[in-house]
Ligand binder design. Sequence first.
Ligand SMILES: Nc1nc(=O)c2c([nH]1)NC[C@@H]1CN(c3ccc(C(=O)N[C@@H](CCC(=O)O)C(=O)O)cc3)C=[N+]21
Length: 362
Amino acid sequence: MRAAMVLKRSRKKELGWINRRRQPWSLEPLSSTFFSSSYSYILGPDLPDIWTPLAPPPLSSLNQDSTKLIPTIIDGKSIAEEIRAVISEEVRQMKDTIKKVPGLAVVLVGQRRDSETYVRNKTKACQEVGIASLLAELSEDCREEDILNAVTSFNRDPSVHGILVQLPLPKHMDEDKILTAISVEKDVDGFHPLNVGNLALRGREPLFIPCATKACIELLIRSGVELRGRNVAVIGRSKVVGLPTSLLLQRHHATVSNVHAFTKNPEDITREADVVISAAGVPNLVRRSWLKRGSIVIDVGTNPVEDPSSEHGYYLTGDVCYEEALQVVSAITPVPGGVGPVTIAMLLSNTLESAKRAYGFS
Ligand SMILES: Nc1nc(=O)c2c([nH]1)NC[C@@H]1CN(c3ccc(C(=O)N[C@@H](CCC(=O)O)C(=O)O)cc3)C=[N+]21
């Protein structure tokens, strides 16, 4: 009985059900950046709810009165590069010290051109930082069982620390069943119900936070945006971006309004927001009239638009009418070159964290 309880407790701890305090890792060798995978940093400080009638401090980067705004273009590409440099150095240290490297396994079903491009980018990014990558490619008409088998074999493989099933899956697949089959300790996408639940509940620490969500918060923090007390509008509520981003923003003490396809007059809500994060998957959804003057826009949309003259037969566009937004915002992420590259950097970061956990390497 006692043994069972002890076992249960350690299992709980392993799964992140028990609140743990982790030491933030220091970044002396590369202190020009402040990227850190420490949980208090990315999850936000765990503050008690004490209601005070004080207004939040003014946002220094917002100059709402000036007639001519010169918006900051938030450069995701170079931020991703800095993060990858930190990861690369850590992977090298791990390899030198314990002769092991992190491993990421990707499951790709079917032949969507955009999915193929993303997976190629992920594999290339792994190579660049010294993370081993494995790819299981299955045909569009494979059985659900074939995918489950691929996931199960990666679950058992000790050289694999992260498993990613590229979404969307073909319509006839039970996505939820497949994502839940991924071992919670290898769920680098952070879509497993246990990881989502632990992100939602304050005082708990998920083993992984979804990569695009981490990318949004990282971009805001690096742009000097104080989230505490800010009005943030999140457009979209998907498990990939919208929902986890709303949850993480609340842990950073932002006032979050989540608008979605059923929201009446969403522009009335987004127009009140200091920060707008769009993850709707609809090109040109966010117009100039949706945005408050001086606000900050994070465009998570990566919408492929058919274009025979482009290299891969399509080009990428965000959810935001970029040219219109530039006339009113104080800062914005472009597409491409904004959230996307940082999302991939966060996938590498989650895979490295997972390997460190597996090998007890800090
Ligand atoms: N299980 C799963 N996890 C995901 O994280 C996931 C997914 N499925 N399915 C699709 C979406 C989309 N996504 C992107 C990541 C990076 C770029 C990215 O790096 N974009 C580059 C351009 C890429 C290009 O050249 O086409 C950029 O914005 O600059 C785009 C999209 C991850 N997703």
